[in-house]
Design a protein around this ligand. Sequence first.
Ligand code: KG4
Ligand code: ZN
Length: 353
Amino acid sequence: MNVLAIETSCDETAAAVINIDDGYKLNQTFDNFFPKTLSSVISSQIDIHAKYGGVVPEVASRAHLENINYVIDEALIQSQLAATVTDSFKKIDVIGVTHGPGLLGSLMVGVSYAKALAYGLNIPYVGVNHLEGHLLASFLDRNVPPALPALVLLVSGGHTILLNMTELGQYHLIAQTVDDAAGEAFDKIARYLDLGFPGGPAIDKAAQSGDQDKIRFPRAEIKNSLNLSFSGLKTAVIRYAKDNLDVSTDDISAGFQKAVVDMLITRMEASIKLYNPKTVIIGGGVAANSQLRQATESLANQYGLEAIIPLRKDCTDNAAMIGAVAGFRFVKDGPSEITDTVFSALPLNYANL
Ligand code: KG4
Ligand code: ZN
């Protein structure tokens, strides 16, 4: 089964072609779920938004409109399903598209395009939850399924969620942020320190030249809960930077990054003790962070667990991960209705813990 996937929830216009193994289609078992990336094309709008210091929604929607045709054609050509775009369309069985959460105008571009394509080609389309995409990015291009249950940390610009995944599609919420998402904190601190946009990669880079033990920023804890809070840390870093103009941004970045990673790793370690997972998975843009990747690997080693850390390019927004979910959801739940809409907020469906 070939899926053409489209992602336009924020500031990347992305399209991918994913092949879903027939074994999964026939048996619907997780052991046969091996989404394979035939192509994955991303047109980033970073340069357009950088001068504003963040994503401007209206500008993002217009850029998606300008880019989407080219990105989809390129994904089809690179998939090598056929020699031409027209012939490649004939080999597509399902269209998958992010329908939330995200910027409404941006989502609307991808979803309208997907619906029109599906209607024109007379094939089904599936609306995909972007968060489930970040989660299933770790399933792309593997030949063995991850051992379950898995402890999953999803950390992006909009979300910070810790889950116990017991089955493919069965997620139990362990903890989440009560205020800012981890990526949001990275972006806000980078903006304050004048490091540019997006903030995560800029802080990651600056921290490499800094001393992570020079400044110890507070690590918030919430009584009787593994939930996270980053707003106090953000205020503490900004206040410190204001009062200590002689301290380098590299040292401040290193101290801030260490505090974020420590907060995430302590929650993961507590969850390992509570839920005995076999695997630890991270996903979302912040999972591209060097220190978080290393710390997750060490934590998993310490407890004898497998760590599944997607390639950096699969952590940030892309359409390959959306194709993996579309394939899985199409077989499990069937197609979406042509009347379906877009959602600025869309929680993952959690089962009870
Ligand atoms: O998943 P993503 O591409 O978009 C959302 O769904 O939000 O995540 C974007 C977020 C941004 O906040 C960005 O600063 C952060 O991921 N990010 C990083 C790194 N690369 C991207 N944060 C820390 N370190 C990185 N290397
Ligand atoms: Zn994302």
